[in-house]
Design a protein around this ligand. Structure first.
Ligand code: CTP
Ligand code: CA
Length: 225
């Protein structure tokens, strides 16, 4: 067997990880979604399992293989993701929200395929629940980690999210930088901690980023005791 320095460091810890996009249905054949592929969240789930954690991966629709030793719950919409996360929250030690959750969903679902008409079509949208914000309000001992995929003002927006969502850390990236966007095997991230410390990293594989995030999770778990 292979032994890695990280083996066992998260033993006994229940870690909930969300990954991928959500899909918000318009009619039976159409939906709204985004460019998330789930690679970052799946990499975190895989590394957390290797580190001995009990891992629950709550995943939107992606085309990735299930990581070894991980319990996967597949969901589609933001509402389904919300319900799955809430049902796992109370006895979890860590929640890592890498999913790209839709902020809006169609206000009305059409039971039949919408037929095209002459002229313009308007789809009314309503807000979905902000899962991370809700967790931030409910949290008791849980370590809460969010993501911020930005195209400008990365530090400012990430720090706002850290505060408004009551998270312990935000993993931020500028998705317009090459090597950092959706679907790549690499990422360029900065960690913003609620103690004011920011850590910038060079371009790394998503597996390496996952391992850095879990290093920070270990520190946060220790600090809470
Ligand atoms: N998030 C969530 N539920 C939502 C929207 C976002 O849990 N309905 C989480 C994401 O999983 C991520 C963090 O909040 O961990 C930040 O998501 P992001 O889309 O960057 O931020 P928003 O608060 O939605 O703000 P905006 O999209 O306007 O930048
Ligand atoms: Ca958003």
């Amino acid at each position: 067997a292979f032994f890695h320095h990280s083996d066992g460091r998260l033993k006994g810890k229940k870690i909930v990880i969300t990954a991928g996009p959500t899909r918000e249905k318009i009619d039976p054949v159409r939906y709204l979604t985004n460019r998330s592929t789930g690679k970052m969240g799946y990499a975190i789930a895989q590394e957390a399992a290797k580190a001995g954690a009990d891992v629950i991966l709550i995943s939107g629709p992606v085309s990735l293989a299930k990581p070894d030793g991980v319990q996967v719950i597949m969901v589609e919409s933001a509402q389904e993701m919300y319900e799955a996360v809430i049902s796992q929250f109370d006895d979890s030690d860590v929640v890592i929200k890498s999913a790209a959750v839709a902020d809006y969903r169609p206000k009305h679902y059409a039971d039949h395929k919408i037929k095209k008409q002459p002229g313009e079509q308007v789809i009314e949208l309503e807000r979905t629940k902000d899962i991370l914000m809700e967790l931030g309000q409910r949290k008791d001992k849980q370590v809460l980690i969010g993501f911020a995929a930005e195209t400008e003002n990365v530090g400012e927006y990430a720090q706002k999210k850290l505060m408004s969502k009551n998270a312990d850390m935000i993993v931020a990236n500028n998705v317009t930088e090459s090597g950092a966007g959706f679907g790549t095997d690499t990422n360029i991230v900065t960690f913003y901690r609620n103690n004011g410390i920011a850590k910038e990293f060079p371009i790394l594989s998503k597996k390496e980023v996952a391992s850095k995030i879990l290093d920070e999770v270990c520190l946060l778990l220790k600090e809470q005791h």
